[in-house]
Design a protein around this ligand. Structure first.
Ligand code: TRH
Length: 355
């Protein structure tokens, strides 16, 4: 039988999430569903860091800038995050006797409206584009999760709290570092390359190159290299608490089954606050009131609500105290959000119903 062909279009806007999400999806469609996948990406450079082993994966990576040379469109065309397809490619799609299944893969959100919009058609005669929304609940497209992903066992109890730190510019970070430095318990913070490292450097007042370690009071800081996605997943599982951001690291923190703190991608209109509150609503629903309050207050402060620096410092002890309950909650939560099927499998089923 002929393999289903699929073109995934990805525009790297900023950061790593666009490439990160598209690569994971491409890899899964190729290796788990035996699709013939071309990843059309306007800047392939992030893939070198995210997936150094990509040559071993049967995904064709094409650099796409502006228009494309004439190519035959695939059976399934995925436009990620509303990146606009090259005009010539859309014309070629429309000229086919049997038009491809055209998917607009949307951003992840836990908001209620998502399930109502998932799968809706948007007519572009003679083509139809379908909205495909990742999500946390039934009726959405689900979340990216590989079939063979196995959660490593929880780290053994240790006096030191291992924390990974991946965030955007965050005015509350110095207050958190200070709270850890001055606290009674030892904190070992694995600082991600990029923005987190730059902010820690500012706080330290000195350069903090990859591989270096610094100690301030009860806080030990480690300047981590940029890990491959697979190794980053391992780091998340090896820590007892993970600070994550955006979309893909948020999803991976949940599969790692550890307590986590999410910084939503900041938007000019402040739309991230609705996204944050929607996820908190679902994530905290089954928690006892004290744990739920500690989580809400801490996440909201981390996302800049109120006097975030003071709130982070004042509420760290309560959040720290909530961590055993959050650790117990983590595997249940992961099971709950995985119950609606993984995104790649849901996408395959959806496309097969339209082919
Ligand atoms: O990089 P991000 O901020 O990406 C963002 C979001 O996707 C956001 O929703 C979107 O609007 C914006 O991009 C354009 O955060 P995210 O989504 O967590 O992506 C980071 C990727 O980097 C993820 O695939 C994990 C990976 N990563 C590594 O592979 N190694 C590392 O060491 C680190 C720190 C991250």
């Amino acid at each position: 039988m002929r393999k289903i062909s699929c073109d995934i279009f990805c525009a790297v806007i900023d950061n790593l999430g666009d490439a990160g999400v598209c690569w994971r999806l491409a890899r899964q469609l190729a290796t788990e569903h035996d699709w013939h996948v071309r990843l059309m990406i306007d800047d392939p450079s992030p893939l070198e860091k995210l997936a150094p082993d990509r040559q071993a994966i049967p995904v064709e990576v094409h650099c796409w800038r502006g228009d494309l040379p004439e190519i035959q469109p695939a059976d399934v065309v995925i436009e990620s995050f509303a990146c606009e397809l090259p005009a010539r490619y859309v014309e070629a799609m429309a000229a086919l006797p049997r038009p491809p299944v055209w998917i607009n893969l949307e951003y992840l959100s836990a908001e209620d409206w998502v399930a109502g919009c998932h799968g809706l058609p948007s007519p572009h005669p003679p083509l139809i584009k379908y909205f495909f929304f990742p999500g946390f609940v039934a009726g959405t497209g689900g979340l990216l999760l590989e079939k063979n992903f196995a959660v490593p066992p929880a780290p053994t109890f240790s006096e030191t709290l291992d924390v990974s730190l991946f965030c955007y510019d965050n005015p509350a970070l110095p207050a958190l570092l200070k709270a850890w430095r001055d606290g009674d318990a030892l904190v070992r913070c694995h600082v991600a390359d990029g923005l987190p490292r730059q902010q820690v450097e500012n706080w330290l007042g000195e350069a903090f190159p990859t591989g270096c370690q610094q100690t301030r009071g009860a806080l030990e800081l480690h300047a981590e290299p940029f890990f491959s996605q697979d190794d980053y997943d391992k780091l998340l599982a090896a820590c007892q608490l993970n600070f994550v951001r955006g979309e893909d690291s948020l999803v991976r923190a949940q599969w790692a089954e550890r307590p986590f703190v999410w910084q939503a991608y900041p938007q000019v209109n402040g739309a991230q606050h609705a996204k944050l509150d929607a996820l908190l609503e679902r994530y905290c629903a089954a928690l006892d009131p004290n744990t739920a309050t500690a989580t809400r207050v801490f996440w909201q402060a981390w996302n800049g609500q109120g006097d975030s620096a003071a709130r982070i410092a004042n509420n760290w002890p309560a959040f720290r105290a909530a961590m055993p309950a959050l650790a117990a909650h983590a595997p249940r939560w992961a099971r709950q959000i995985a119950a609606h099927g993984d995104l790649a499998t849901n996408l395959v089923k959806f496309c097969q119903s339209k082919l």
